[in-house]
Design a protein around this ligand. Sequence first.
Ligand code: PMP
Length: 380
Amino acid sequence: MTTPPDNAVRLPLRPGLEGLTPYGAPQLAVPVLLNVNENPYPPSAGVVADIAAAVAEAAGGLNRYPDRDFPRLREELAAYLAAESGVELDPGQVWAANGSNEVMLHLLQAFGGPGRTVLSFAPTYSMYPEYARDTLTGWVAGRREEDFSLDVGHVRALIDEVRPAVVLLASPNNPTGTALDLATVEAVCEATLASGPAGPDGAPTASVVVVDEAYGEFRRAGTPSALTLLARYRHLAVSRTMSKAFGMAGLRLGYLAAAPELVEHLRVVRLPYHLSALTQAAALAALRHREELMGQVASLRAERDALVVWLRGQGLEVADSDANFVLFGRFDDRSAVWQGLLERGVLIREVGPDGWLRVSVGTPEETAAFRAALVEVLGR
Ligand code: PMP
């Protein structure tokens, strides 16, 4: 038997994946990192010690597979959501995975697929079309208004035209920072009661409405969570993450709340034991410290509001933000501004509609460094 030289074998890459590169912002060693909407505050020594002890205990049982259904974690996440939004949930209404990215993948694995379409509204989170691609689901993006809100008439018309299996709405939206008002989410839920693909009996199904609230805890007062609509709509799923407000991006723990029957469908498509025993232990320990971990949310919100005011004071256009980042512009050459900031040790994100840039809210010192660098770059 002969082994062919390396270049003699061609891999059967799935059509459509040719030439694509992996998703992700540049990970550069720069003093001020304001590019991926992380929480700038690391966990305290006390929280680190508690997480480490919980992980050590779980490590003693690593010869066994973890609990596939992670009931304790679902219970604690339900308790957290009740405390945060006032919405009482049964643990059977909660689902979790390795980041809300994986939660979203489970949703599309269960409800998308060949011949089906996911509908969203651009500009929005750039991973959404990738979830669609990876689950062989069609992707249609409608438009947002000048202020990045949704025109309900446009949304209804597209729902009627596309008959999507899933409608994916980020609120607060990334990269714009703008949240949807509850009336808009309600209108989408009403418009999707029978707009999905035909079921096995030929009767219409609903479209699953996913409201991605990855940045939900940063919303301004008066912007209610879509969780408050769950009791009325069994085709609604609201996803959250521990990556942002909890400051636990490295943990990889995202979750959602929905009707129990929707969650049951997600259990069918997940890989067995997808949440490791270490992840479950660390997440439970982090949740025990949620008040301390989330202690910075109020100051990050205040810092964000001050940054919006400051940027507007510089004569820039700034999208209203309910998140821990701000979209600002517009620049004839945004790449030059991004590069100028990088040369001054500040990494932000070149993302979103042409001419705009996105900056995450950091510590007061980091935000000050960003402001000083921007003043220099803009020559003001
Ligand atoms: N949704 C939105 C809108 C996001 O911006 C992000 C992270 N950038 C995610 C979901 C995924 O977050 P994670 O997988 O860390 O939970």
